[in-house]
Ligand binder design. Sequence first.
Ligand SMILES: C[S@@+](CC[C@H](N)C(=O)[O-])C[C@H]1O[C@@H](n2cnc3c(N)ncnc32)[C@H](O)[C@@H]1O
Length: 160
Amino acid sequence: MPDTISLQPIGRIHSPFTFTTGMPIQTVAAADVTGHVEVFEAFAPGLRDIEHFDYLILLTHLHQASEKLEVVPFMDTQSHGVFATRSPARPNRLGLSIVRLLRVEGCALHFSGNDMLDGTPVLDIKPYVPALDVRQTERIGWFQQGLQRLPETVSDDRMK
Ligand SMILES: C[S@@+](CC[C@H](N)C(=O)[O-])C[C@H]1O[C@@H](n2cnc3c(N)ncnc32)[C@H](O)[C@@H]1O
């Protein structure tokens, strides 16, 4: 296995958020906040048929985050191992945002549900398919309590 893997962004996020402080922490809590993915021209053929999906999974590089192994998540006051959280500060700084596709204009994918900074590099886009992506589960760890905070929690700069 290689020690490092180099990835090429396929696009970038256009978002109203230029600072992490005060912005939404998850797309599900920011359903009214719009943005768009600018897909770079070289990747345009990969967009064929994408307009037939309501939701997309955006895999992003949260480029302004730091890399941590233990964090106090936005929705908790206790520290957790980063892999038990959705913290942006993590090895490789990968983000996963499920967004609602509003319309496609050329290489621009307009969406609602936005928890990404302006300029966030996009590494991949996948269609969200409930039959593949949804599981019923009761065991959600510390989120069992933490999710109660989701509606009123916004980001701060602790992940820098
Ligand atoms: C908690 S993460 C969740 C991201 C994604 N929904 C996930 O679960 O992987 C969302 C937060 O990441 C931070 N963030 C968003 N875009 C970023 C970027 N490009 N660089 C650094 N931090 C970013 C903001 O603090 C935002 O509130």
